[in-house]
Structures are given as C-alpha cells and as structure tokens.
Design a protein around this ligand. Structure first.
Ligand code: G6P
Length: 610
C-alpha cells in the first residue's frame, strides 16, 4: 500500500506535499515523511510516527522551504511502524526516494550492498533502492539513467519518486505493479499514487503504464516505456471534484458514505435503464455479442467486493440461469483451474488497484476465458484499463477504510449484469420490465432504511462490552451477514463471525450463552420458516438475538429477542436494504468504543501488495 506524492514547482512545495499525503492517508497511516531540496546539495527531511497530522505539526515547527520534494505515508510491510522505517529514505545525503510496493529481491541486494560498504538505517525492503541509486549516480549516471539502471535489477512491485540533491531540475518517477499518476500544471509537475492527492493543484493527469519511467522538470514531462522507447501518454482531464473527498458536516467519512448510498446507487443506475430495459450498451458495444455465447461466469474479488460477488452468485444462477463460480483473488491466482468453455471472467473492486485482483485478471487473460469484465469504482484504475469490458460503479470517492457505498453500488451493478445476462436466457421481456421497475425504487428504499439510524445508535449500546458476535443469514443474506460481521470486526475490533444459519448446529451453537449477541438477517423470503427454527435453537440456549426483519415478518419480541423492523422490500432488493442497518450498527458500536472509525488499526483502504 503506502501513498507517495512528489512535486517540482516554482513555488514552495511542502504544503502541497502535506495536503497530498493527507488525501492519500487511506492507503496507510502508520508513519509519514517528507524531504524537500532547499538548495543544491541541501536536502531537509522530516519523518514522524503515526498520522500525517503529526508530520504537518513537525513541518509547521520546522519549515521545509524548497520547490522540489517527495513525501510518503506508510503501511508497514517490511519493518515495524517506526520513524527510522518511514520514507523518504536517503543515501549519504545524496539522493532520496519514496516507494510504494514490495521489492522482492531486497534480501540479496541488501547482502551485496552491505558487503560493498553501505550502512542500512532501516528494516525496509525499500532502502536497497536508494543505495543502488547512489552507486549509479556516483558512478556518473544522470538521474534518469540511474533510475533505469536500478529498476532493471528490481524484482517485485514499485511506484517510485526519486530526487538527486545534485540535480535540482529533475524529479524522476517509475511504475511497475503499483499505481502512479503525473499531475500536469503550468510551470510545475507532480506525481502521486492517485488523482485525489493532486486535485487541489491540478485536474490534468497522465496515467503511467506498467514499466514506465518518467522525468519531470518544471516545464515538461518525458516518459519512456518498458522497452526504453520515448512515448507520448495522453493528458486526461479528471471530472472528480476536489471537495468530493471532504467530510463536510459528518463526524466521520464512513457515516457520510453510508448516507450517500441513495445518490450513489441512483448515479450507478443513471443512463443504464431505458424505459423497462437495462441498456445493453452499459457494458460497451461488443458486450451483447460476447454475452450471448456465455455458458458460465467466474467472479473474483477481495474483502467487501468478494461479498458482493457471493450475493451475485445467487442472482446469476437463479435469474440468468448461468452457473457462477466465486473465489477470493488471493486463492484464485495460486490454484490450478478448469476453465469451462464460454466463461465470462468478472473482477469486482472499489479501487481497481488491489494487487491480488489485478494479478487474477492478468492470469485469467491467458487462461481461455471468453472475455473479462471489471466492475469498478475508479475509472482510471489499472483494473479498468486492463479489462475488455467495464461497468463503472459511480459511488464517488470512498475514503473510510470500511467499504459501504462501494458495496451497495457494486450490488446495483451486479443486478444490472444479472438482468443483462438473464435476457439472453431465462428472463423474458415482462420479467426484465419488473426487475427494472424494482431497480428504480432502490434509492428510495435505501433512503427509508437510513431513517433507522437513531434506533440503531441506541441498539449499539448492547454490543459495546461484548467480546464476540455471531451473524446469521441464509441464501443471498448469508453474504450480507458476512459483510455485517466484517464491518463490525474491522472498525470496532469486536470479534465477529458469520454463519449460514443452517450450519449453526454443526458447531457454532456451542458458543451460545448470554454473553454472545447473535445478529440475524431475516427478510420475508422462502427460507424464513427455516431461519425461525434456527433462532429457536439460539433462544433455547440463552443467546441474545437481534433480528433485522421485514415489517410483516411475524416474530415475537422479548425473552432475549430484539426485533428491528425494516421497510417492506422485495426479495431482489433485500440484500442491499439489509446491508445498511448492519453498516450503521458497526459504525455506532465503533463510535461508542472510541475507535478510529475511518482509519482502523492495521488496515488500509487500497491493498496494493499481495
Ligand atoms: C481492503 C479494504 C476493503 C476492500 C478490499 C478490496 O481490504 O479495506 O474495504 O473491500 O480491500 O478492495 P477493492 O478496492 O479491490 O474493492
């Protein structure tokens, strides 16, 4: 993970770099650092443990003047979170680098460099890069050549920002396996891990491709591809509003993002429904012909996006009549597969930069799938650029580490996919029209369920002092229970597990006592009666049940059962509607526990290392 930012300008850059880091903090926040060239051969660096705000305080106390600099916010992989492991790393006051990614051959390089007399000051994999750079520079290479020589010997993934104290006119960047954009200004240029970091200074961007090395001056940008050929990369104007990533009046980004779901879902549907049809062009012009041949679907994703895939399996098999296989990307990529003929390969990702999902896509491209489709929230991401077909969710920037609106917009996109695939098969025009009518009601359904916020805030008090919580669901609500458990554990640090309710008596029932809250997702569907029997099994053993149920579901309250009534919902939309109260529950429990809701410990939003 980690976020990097760099600038070469005619004005002081420290404030620009610090604001960039603040906006990149979702990528990691265990330490941060900045290095600015004050004059040739005069490099000043500040590094602090913890969040970017602490680095800003350090720089306010001891300003870093200068117009060329690099900065970094870290998510520790090699070497504990500590000031001496924070970037930028410097070699003998000559050159400095920031790095996002993992250098896999760092141990060999470290041994060679130690033998050659380099002294290591950190436990990171990154430090080998700065020593190699020093050797190349002192052997006479200019900065761009030095970076070329060094990167030729690196294995693994990197986005690099590099400066040489003897060369105040250049900032060099390289990308291999980790995202990097160049911000184009007037008389100034920037680099960053994503566009948000740079939106306060520019809306014009060049997206580097794998293997690119770029040389930035104040006036120009030159880029060489992996074969060393000078290339032109297009400058794209971003439509993202710099304020979209601001918290506004909300106490936390997560709460803001939960409340943004009606608009985000409406935006994801916009332009994709025409009268009573899903527009086939939503997936690109070649999609209809490709989809017509399909006989199976495989979906691969990580984290919350994986839960969206699990829900979609139920829809794709039941409504579209296609066999659908789901796998977490980190498992998929290391397993031998049987690819069925005419199979669609789908990836789901908020960021489009998750290392395992990207690697799975690249593997799939050589495995005989009919075509690849990305369902993704970031139009400029690697996943989008490398997939044949794309359906963008339009959730807008999601900053809270715990994913919320990205998930419900992914489910919305997956419903669009289900209908489109179903049309070729089980779904007739009347069926499609009915599903489209339901889809149009989705934003208002979510709006209605958000009204439960106060009630859920009160309910949260009953969870604060608990050590464990069990979540139960059946059918397409089982992944919703999994998502509810994930939200609770990641932001409140309460251990939470989800089970298909029918599995209860095969083990987890042993855990039930009066200290174990059991959260149940209970829409009024065909499995309700079976689910009610499962609830009795818990109740009979003294467990505390918290049941999220449709309005009309007959359930008795009292005696260890609390029922939270949700607005009436069609079964198709129930997974989305039932997700929202579980998000709110996790949020309010975390607030009551006083944890860092938006940046929970040990996690990062964009997981760009495997
Ligand atoms: C991280 C985030 C999760 C996210 C997962 C997959 O773990 O904290 O919220 O679901 O990565 O990310 P993606 O961007 O591929 O959806």
């Amino acid at each position: 993970m980690c976020g990097i930012v760099g600038a070469i300008a005619q004005r002081p850059v420290a404030a620009i770099l610090l604001e960039g880091l603040r906006r990149l903090e979702y990528r990691g926040y265990d330490s941060a650092g900045i290095a600015v060239l004050a004059a040739p051969e005069m490099l000043n660096r500040a590094r602090t443990l913890g969040k970017v705000a602490r680095l800003s305080e350090a720089v306010a106390a001891q300003p870093l003047p200068g117009t060329l600099g690099i900065a970094h916010t870290r998510w520790a992989t090699h070497g504990a979170p500590a000031t001496h492991n924070a970037h930028p790393h410097i070699c003998r006051d000559r050159c400095a680098i920031v790095h996002n990614g993992i250098i896999e051959n760092h141990e060999t390089l470290r041994r060679e460099q130690t033998a050659a007399g380099h002294r290591f000051t950190s436990d990171t994999d990154t430090e080998v890069v700065v020593h190699a750079l020093y050797d190349a520079l002192t052997a006479g290479a200019d900065l761009i050549d030095a970076v070329r020589q060094v990167t030729a010997h690196l294995q693994g993934a990197y986005a690099l920002g590099v400066i040489d104290t003897h060369d105040p006119e250049h900032l060099v960047a390289a990308r291999q396996g980790s995202p990097l954009v160049i911000g184009v200004g007037f008389g100034e240029h920037f680099i960053a891990s994503d566009v948000f970091a740079l939106l306060p200074v520019t809306n014009r961007f060049i997206f580097l491709e794998e293997g690119d090395i770029a040389e930035l001056t104040r006036e120009q940008v030159r880029i060489w591809n992996r074969d060393g050929v000078l290339v032109e990369r297009p400058v794209k104007t971003s439509a993202v509003n710099a304020d979209a990533a601001e918290r506004g009046a909300y106490r936390h980004f997560m709460l803001k993002e939960i409340f943004e779901q009606p608009q985000a879902i409406a935006a994801t549907l916009e332009g994709r429904l025409l009268a009573d049809r899903v527009l086939p062009e939503s997936f690109g012009n070649q999609a209809a012909a490709l989809f017509a041949q399909l006989q199976a679907v495989t979906i691969v994703a990580c984290g919350t996006s994986y839960h969206a895939a699990l829900v979609a399996r139920n829809w794709i098999e039941a409504i579209a009549g296609l066999p659908c296989q789901i796998e977490v990307a980190s498992e998929y990529r290391y397993r031998a597969h049987v690819v069925l003929p005419n199979t669609l390969f789908v990836t789901i990702s908020q960021s489009g930069e998750t290392a395992d999902t990207l690697a799975a896509l690249r593997l799939a491209q050589t495995s005989g799938y009919t075509t690849t489709l990305a369902i993704c929230n970031v139009p400029e991401s690697s996943l989008v650029r490398e997939s044949d077909l794309v359906l963008l969710t339009r959730a807008g920037p999601e900053i809270g580490v715990a994913s919320t609106k990205a998930f419900t917009t992914q489910l919305t996109a997956l419903l669009l996919l289900t209908v489109t695939l179903g049309r070729e098969r089980r779904l007739d025009a009347a069926g499609e029209a009915q599903l489209v009518r339901l889809l149009r009601t989705l934003p208002s359904k979510i709006e209605a369920v958000l009204a439960l916020d106060n009630q859920i805030a009160v309910l949260a008090e009953q969870f604060v002092d608990k050590q464990h919580t069990l979540f139960l669901g059946r059918g397409e609500q089982y992944p919703i229970a999994m998502e509810g458990a994930l939200k609770l554990k990641e932001i409140s640090y309460i251990h939470a597990e989800a089970y298909p309710a029918g599995e209860l008596k095969h083990g987890p029932l042993a855990l039930i006592d009066e200290e174990m809250p059991v959260v149940v997702v209970a829409p009024n569907n065909a499995l309700l009666e079976k689910l009610k029997s499962n609830l009795e099994e818990v109740r009979a053993r003294g467990g505390q049940l918290f049941v999220f149920a449709d309005f009309q579901v007959p359930l008795d309250e009292g005696h260890g059962v609390t029922v939270i009534r949700l607005p009436e919902t069609d079964n198709l939309l129930a997974p989305l509607v039932f997700t929202v109260p579980l998000q709110l529950l996790a949020y309010h429990v975390a607030v009551l526990k006083g944890t860092d809701v938006d940046q929970p410990r040990n996690l990062a939003k964009s997981v760009t290392v495997e």
